[in-house]
Design a protein around this ligand. Structure first.
Ligand code: SF4
Ligand code: SF4
Length: 334
């Protein structure tokens, strides 16, 4: 994909750029500011035409733009409600290149773990059951409420959390929770310089090989694990592969590119935020295979017992990816 319209030199106009968050924590927007002094290069090459977290633009400003008016949109966050979906569709219509920025837009991310429950359960817990809730009239949010000044509206809360590409066509995916700022600068520079871009639909700013390929920890490739632990239950020796110490590390099922397994370098196991490589259909299935390769037993009952020690397998294996995984959600009564 050649971005001819985006060549940017001192004599050429700046590109128009938008940044938006759907269901997200705000970390992706902060990661844009984390480029530090490179922010001056970004604003020298791009006019920010929409970025609600930082600048006072209104939705009607975007609605008034001609189609494809925005050269580049970075959309972070999953689709949790009707407002997220509406703005995703609006920005798609107004943007030449739209990037799913960060794990939540890419795969559903942490908000996607809500697919282990449903709207009814979430509303019950949040509005009726939490220890700090006092709601004797059992009021829950309504999408329309009439007051004397007029009608107040709230977005419709969906039963499922969706990935961005489950509601709109996405050009590229820049993974990470949040994406590493160095990768953002590289991708941005490629786009504004008019470089040849990879085929539409590609994951950019990441590698095709798993984290383990870049990891410097020692691996024996032997079956040596009799028990799995949470990281705080065992003293990490600082040099042996986490998995071989019985600590779940998502490295085998996770795409490299964050910076030589950045968390592992900091002595924390990889949590999987860059998502699976192209050849991994499902990160949970890949991790089961990796785990099977380190368990020291051939006795089915003992293997069952060892696997039972893995805490919260769903949340661990699909921490960032549940809505995009084969599993997608827990099947339950609506
Ligand atoms: S499982 Fe984790 S610690 Fe082990 S080699 Fe892979 S990335 Fe490194
Ligand atoms: S090591 Fe894993 S969890 Fe940490 S930043 Fe890299 S991909 Fe994300």
């Amino acid at each position: 994909m050649k971005n001819k319209n985006m060549e940017n030199t001192d004599t050429k106009p700046k590109i128009k750029m938008a940044i938006y968050w759907g269901a997200a924590c705000g970390g992706c927007c902060v990661s844009v500011l984390d480029v530090h002094e490179s922010l001056f290069d970004i604003v020298a090459a791009a006019d920010l035409v929409f970025w609600p977290i930082a600048l006072d633009f209104k939705y009607k400003d975007v609605e008034a733009m001609p189609d494809k008016h925005i050269d580049l949109t970075l959309f972070n966050g999953a689709i949790r409600n009707s407002e997220n979906e509406h703005i995703a569709k609006l920005l798609r219509q107004k943007s030449k290149i739209l990037v799913a920025y960060g794990s939540c837009a890419h795969m559903g991310g942490i908000p996607g773990l809500a697919n282990f429950s449903n709207k009814k359960e979430i509303f019950n817990r949040v509005y009726h059951e939490t220890e700090s809730t006092e709601n004797p009239d059992k009021i829950t949010p309504q999408t329309k409420h009439e007051v004397k000044e007029g009608i107040l509206e709230l977005p419709v809360f969906y039963n499922d959390v969706l990935t961005l590409n489950q509601v709109i066509d996405v050009d590229y995916y820049l993974p990470g929770c949040p994406p590493q700022t160095e990768r953002l600068v590289e991708v941005f520079t490629a786009i504004v310089s008019g470089a040849e871009l990879p085929p539409k639909g590609s994951v950019i700013g990441a590698l095709e090989k798993p984290q383990c390929d870049d990891c410097k920890r020692e691996k024996t490739d032997k079956k040596i694990v009799k028990k799995f632990y949470r990281p705080w239950e065992i003293e990490d020796d600082g040099k042996t592969c986490f998995l071989e110490q019985g600590i779940i590390c998502m490295g085998p099922a996770t795409r490299g590119g964050c910076g030589n397994a950045r968390c592992v370098v900091g002595n924390a196991p990889c949590r999987g935020c860059y998502g699976p490589t192209e050849d991994v259909i499902d990160p949970g299935a890949k991790m089961l295979s990796a785990i099977a390769s380190v368990i020291d037993s051939t006795d089915p009952d003992e293997i069952d017992k060892i696997i039972e020690d893995i805490p919260d397998t769903g949340g661990t294996f699909y921490r960032f990816s549940l809505p995009s995984a084969v599993l997608r959600r827990k099947v339950m009564e609506q």
